[in-house]
Design a protein around this ligand. Structure first.
Ligand code: UDP
Ligand code: MG
Length: 151
């Protein structure tokens, strides 16, 4: 089975109208969208999603930010997708993110960095399970797969 990762356009990204731009960048890269949902996250799922940050000083403002509007949640599939997506979104702080990355192109403040993506295969598996049931993950073939991958 191909690798999978969890990606989420945060409320500022939704409000700035860049869902389409984000999806386009991953599609153009050759990755496959296998699940998507639009919703305001519950406090319970924000706490689960950011469990490693619960005690951090920035957590209250992070929670308020993430729950401040609808998010666009996705699961993407592809070979080495976790590290590819982290590269495409750029550094956590948009001021340090390289131009051409999503955060580098669209953000300024670390607390408004427009997008989330899992940082390791283990966290990807954990985060996908927080937000999606297995029947919400779809399996299909992209017709360009034979020319995207070296078999
Ligand atoms: N964050 C913040 N201030 C900080 C560090 C992080 O507001 O000093 C927020 C930011 O939205 C970031 C999220 O907390 O995306 C999770 O932090 P992490 O270090 O896991 O960064 P990421 O994995 O999102 O790049
Ligand atoms: Mg993280």
């Amino acid at each position: 089975m191909m690798d999978r990762t969890f990606v989420m356009v945060k409320p500022d990204g939704v409000q700035r109208g860049i869902i389409g731009e984000v999806v386009s960048r991953f599609e153009a890269k050759g990755l496959k969208l296998i699940a998507a949902r639009f919703e305001v996250l519950s406090e319970k799922r924000v706490n689960e999603q950011y469990t490693e940050h619960l005690e951090k000083p920035f957590f209250p403002s992070l929670k308020k930010y993430i729950m401040g509007g609808p998010c666009f949640l996705m699961v993407w599939e592809g070979r080495n997708v976790v590290s590819i997506v982290r590269t495409v979104i750029g550094a956590t702080n948009p001021q340090e993110a390289a131009p051409g990355t999503i955060r580098g192109d669209f953000g300024i403040d670390i607390g408004r960095n427009v997008i989330h993506a899992s940082d390791s295969p283990d966290s990807a598996e954990r985060e996908i399970a927080i937000h999606f049931k297995s029947h919400e993950l779809f399996s299909y073939t992209r017709i360009d797969e034979p020319v995207i991958y070296e078999y």
